[in-house]
Write a protein of this length. Structure first.
Ligand SMILES: [Zn+2]
Length: 208
């Protein structure tokens, strides 16, 4: 795979149309137009090994985040716990199937797909899988990356656990379980993963 084969190409400045020869940049620096000082491009900053580590951490925490209770409510001697998946199923069973489906997609399915997609991309780059099958799979994953990452909305659920805990705490005892901790950790890991991930840089690994 050609690592930075686009660095000899000519790019045009977005504001003044000056033609600039693209060169490799040291990490965490920017190329600036010599005439009008517009930022032309950032150095590709995603580290493949860093993303691999984050993907593995995310996969490990994904299971307890979805299977352990995120809320535990003690009310008049009874204890009720709920997981994210149970909450989605309950809402669905109450007739609000659109809401239940939205919870399943945004909190469970999309984050899972996002982790698996980035992990597959990282493995294809790392293992230098050149065959046309893997190259096709790689570009398909890159093309779908935007929509999957837009559907991932873990932050909404982290906030809603906190809001419901405050509201319920007036008349019942609310406890956060290991599930809440795992879910919040999953949110943080995915946040870092998306910060590290650079779609443009990932495209540069595609075999010409
Ligand atoms: Zn310029």
């Amino acid at each position: 795979m050609h690592e930075f084969d686009d660095h000899d190409s000519i790019i045009l400045c977005h504001s003044c149309d000056l033609a600039v020869r693209k060169r490799a940049l040291p990490s965490s620096s920017r190329a600036i137009c010599p005439r009008c000082h517009t930022v032309l491009y950032d150095s590709p900053y995603c580290s493949i090994n860093g993303m691999l580590a984050l993907c593995i951490a995310a996969l490990i925490i994904f299971i307890p985040a979805n299977l352990l209770p995120v809320l535990e409510i003690h009310f008049l001697g009874s204890v009720r716990t709920t997981t994210v998946i149970q909450a989605a199923v309950t809402v669905w069973a109450e007739g609000y199937w659109v809401v239940g489906l939205a919870v399943m997609v945004a909190a469970v399915i999309a984050p899972g797909l996002l982790i698996l997609s980035i992990l597959t991309q990282v493995m294809i780059v790392k293992l230098k899988l050149h065959s046309s099958f893997w190259q096709r799979a790689y570009s398909t994953l890159l093309k779908n990356h935007g929509s999957i990452s837009q559907m991932t909305m873990l932050e909404i659920y982290v906030i809603s656990f906190l809001v419901s805990a405050f509201q319920l705490s007036d008349f019942s005892d609310v406890y956060f379980g290991m599930g809440t901790f795992s879910f919040t950790m999953l949110f943080v890991i995915i946040l870092f993963l998306q910060r590290e991930y650079n779609l443009e840089h990932m495209w540069s690994y595609v075999d010409a």
